[in-house]
Design a protein around this ligand. Structure first.
Ligand SMILES: NC(=O)c1ccc[n+]([C@@H]2O[C@H](COP(=O)([O-])OP(=O)(O)OC[C@H]3O[C@@H](n4cnc5c(N)ncnc54)[C@H](O)[C@@H]3O)[C@@H](O)[C@H]2O)c1
Length: 703
């Protein structure tokens, strides 16, 4: 023994793998050898006794994991925060450890009953005593961290564990003397890795590879320059030697079967207090109210998953279940996050999910003035496609011009306060912009299972349709188109040149002729290839009748561009009788407004193509106003642009041969959008056929 450091250990008299509460235990029930375990434990005990004092707590029958004393509690000075085990399989250890601490003169703090925290397994002091690293994600709750800060008067840095093999912080993280840190970065989420990198310089961080991590190299005991562990690679040993540490390996594989090694088998009970260090914790909690068809629409699951996936934790404080099938439910959920930054991102996601407000904490939105045209304050709230309300002077005000990726600008007008979505470049000095996430809510249509199943677009909510469902989708789109046309609604089409190449041009032209399309948003290419087909019978040099390449056909599209340039515009070429059919012809003849937005790859361009993209975006947005449906036909570029400008509530049908494009475009989290993975030519021909078959005008379904 060379120092005054003391450890608490518990002999493995009753040690065994009796149950499965972590992935290491799986397949190992009663597979560990008691004799070998005793031998390995004694070897560790022997090594530690050479360098420190080791106290023992009496093992208790029926509590096989008591051997892992790291989970007895967390000690700092003469204060201990007792563990509250998550699993009932270990909860029986609590009174024995409590008794030992009390008998040895410690002040014992106990957490509320429903707040799990597994002691020094999930909370590790920086070896210089500057702060406490505390883990959460599997065994300990984030909400325990503020208690640790308060009772131990120390700064707590919360780290989220994301790999269930490393379910306790001490399985993948080991602060060492002189500010060094041995750790396995992949066990943590990116926010936690950033936090670690902010606190520990690169020279002091010893990041280990998976092979060492699964040998529990981080589950090590550090006494001055000695590091005791189960097993290490030569590389890691050399790295530690460079940092001034001597590794002592001692096999502990019998304990690995239960998910523990050297550190788990010990609890350091002498941890000096640094007088100048005081409590500080950045954990934030907020109580949110979520309402809707929480169970049958899966809203509550989505909300809780979002909280966890984004680095927070939650507690459902109460849940009011709607008793009738049609009535909604309400839940009050306490959300905790390791920092304000993480809390903001969680709340942003929850706002997107639906009406979320803070019952005890109703506050107005925070506003900040725009000080430079076209630039928002740093912390501005980024808008979504969902109808949004913002709380100003105690009143919820509906936001105008809803769109994605804008800022919420608030202006005082003679008629009252105006809240509207503005894209950043349109912000002006004098505007006030909503910052942070308070006082904002989105109104989502409540969707019960029944509604999902009974609406016309019902089955489409299943998301992307596969080939065999295409016909069914087409039938429903046809009904929808007929209904919109017959009720004076608006359908906007966005389309790429593939429509023409696949022979869909004639069908799209027919839809236009028959009044099913009220605006076209596209690029240079579809217009060029459509006119090429109208004038020369080819599309990109291919004969559209015979499906073969025409000699010199690759020049056709340039000749066409030249012809339209001579006439000055597509409309003038139509008037002159040069263009007599096709999509663009129908646009001109039927007064269907169109915008052709330019791009870097455009040949020509046509005189009609708007090469000023800011103007093109504005024209797109104007043409989208009041749309009931957007038909997106095989143009990723233009469809993504349109998707961002289209508020929720507008039906979207996205047709593309690539499932990834369809998923991206139709994933708007609402029942109003559907993706169809198929050839666009085939889709359009089926659609036209279906519409021809619909003899009677649209009849509203019952209900
Ligand atoms: N000659 C020209 O001027 C010229 C030529 C090509 C493109 N462009 C311009 O480039 C920009 C992007 O063009 P884009 O919209 O064609 O490309 P894009 O890559 O944005 O989208 C094409 C989409 O069509 C899909 N697709 C391919 N074959 C399909 C099929 N048979 N059925 C259904 N979907 C199919 C692809 O998966 C892809 O998502 C546009 O602005 C366009 O005008 C100009």
């Amino acid at each position: 023994m060379t120092s005054q450091i003391s450890f608490l250990m518990c002999p493995p008299d009753h040690y065994d793998v009796d149950y499965v509460i972590n992935p290491w235990m799986e397949g190992n029930i009663h597979k560990s050898s008691r004799d070998r375990a005793v031998e390995q434990w004694e070897q560790l005990h022997h090594i530690l006794k050479k360098h420190a004092i080791v106290d023992l707590v009496k093992p208790q029958k029926g509590w096989p994991d008591m051997v892992f004393t790291a989970n007895a509690g967390l000690v700092l000075g003469k204060t201990v925060v007792l563990s509250r085990f998550l699993h009932k399989e270990r909860q029986g250890e609590e009174p024995y450890f409590k008794q030992w601490f009390e008998e040895n003169g410690y002040t014992v703090h106990e957490l509320p009953k429903d707040l799990p925290f597994e002691g020094a397994g999930d909370a590790l002091l920086d070896r210089e005593g500057r702060w406490l690293w505390a883990g959460y994600g599997f065994r300990s709750e984030l909400d325990a961290h503020p208690y640790l800060a308060k009772w131990l008067d120390i700064e707590v840095l919360s780290l989220r564990l994301i790999d269930e093999r490393f379910y306790h912080l001490d399985t993948c993280f080991c602060p060492l003397k002189n500010g060094y840190l041995l750790y396995y970065p992949s066990a943590f989420d990116s926010y936690s890795n950033r936090l670690i990198e902010m606190r520990v310089t690169q020279q002091k961080r010893i990041a280990i590879a998976e092979a060492d991590a699964v040998n529990f190299a981080c589950n090590a005991v550090n006494i001055d320059h000695i590091v005791v562990m189960n097993k290490t690679s030569e590389d890691l040993k050399a790295h530690l030697a460079d940092a001034g540490f001597q590794v002592i390996e001692t096999p502990l594989n019998e304990f690995l079967k239960a998910g523990g090694a050297a550190k788990c088998l010990t609890l350091r009970v002498t941890e000096p207090v640094r007088e100048e260090v005081h409590a500080n914790v950045s954990v934030e909690s907020r109580i949110l109210r979520i309402e809707g068809h929480l169970l049958d629409s899966g809203l509550i699951n989505r909300a809780l998953d979002l909280i966890i996936d984004n680095g927070g934790s939650f507690q459902v404080l109460n849940f009011l279940l709607g008793e009738q099938r049609q009535s909604t439910s309400a839940a009050e959920v306490k959300v905790s996050a390791p920092s304000h930054e993480v809390m903001e991102s969680i709340i942003t996601y929850l706002i997107d999910l639906g009406a979320v407000d803070l019952p005890e904490d109703e506050r107005d939105a925070k506003l900040e003035a725009v000080t430079e045209d076209g630039v928002a304050p740093d912390d501005f709230y980024v808008t979504t496609i969902y109808p949004t309300e913002v709380r100003l002077n105690g009143e919820w005000v509906k936001v105008q011009n809803q769109r994605m990726d804008g800022a919420l600008a608030i202006t005082q007008t003679p008629n009252g306060v105006l809240a509207q979505c503005k894209i950043l470049r349109n912000l002006e000095v004098g505007d006030h912009v909503v910052v942070d996430v308070q006082g904002i809510r989105t109104i989502r249509k409540t969707e019960s299972r029944e509604q999902r199943n009974s609406q016309e677009f019902s089955f489409m909510s299943a998301g992307v349709s596969s080939e065999r469902r295409v016909e069914l989708v087409v039938e429903q789109v046809a009904w929808e188109l007929r209904k919109i046309r017959d009720t004076g609604g608006k359908v906007v089409v966005t389309a790429g040149p593939v429509v023409i190449h696949t022979g869909g041009g004639d069908h799209l032209a027919q839809l236009m002729r028959e009044g099913y399309v009220q605006a076209l948003l596209a690029g240079n290419a579809i217009a060029v290839h459509d006119i090429e087909q109208a004038i020369m019978g080819t599309s990109l040099g291919m004969d559209m009748q015979r499906g073969i390449a025409v000699r010199g056909g690759h020049r056709h599209h340039l000749k066409v561009i030249n012809t339209i340039c001579r006439y000055g515009s597509i409309a003038k070429a139509v008037e002159a009788g040069v263009i007599q059919s096709g999509v663009m012809y129908e646009c001109v003849r039927n007064h269907i407004p169109f915008c052709l937005a330019g791009s870097i790859r455009d040949d020509g361009p046509l005189p009609d193509t708007q090469m000023d993209l800011i103007k093109a975006q504005t024209e797109y947005a104007e043409l989208l106003q009041g749309a009931d449906m957007v038909l997106m036909l095989s143009s990723m570029l233009h469809s993504i642009g349109v998707g961002n400008m289209t508020p929720a509530g507008v039906k979207i049908v996205c047709v593309d041969i690539n499932p990834a494009v369809v998923t991206k475009l139709s994933d708007r989290g609402s029942i109003e959008s559907v993706g169809v993975v198929t050839d666009v030519g085939l889709f359009l021909s089926l659609l036209v056929q279906q519409l021809d078959n619909l003899t009677s005008p649209y009849i509203f379904k019952a209900g």
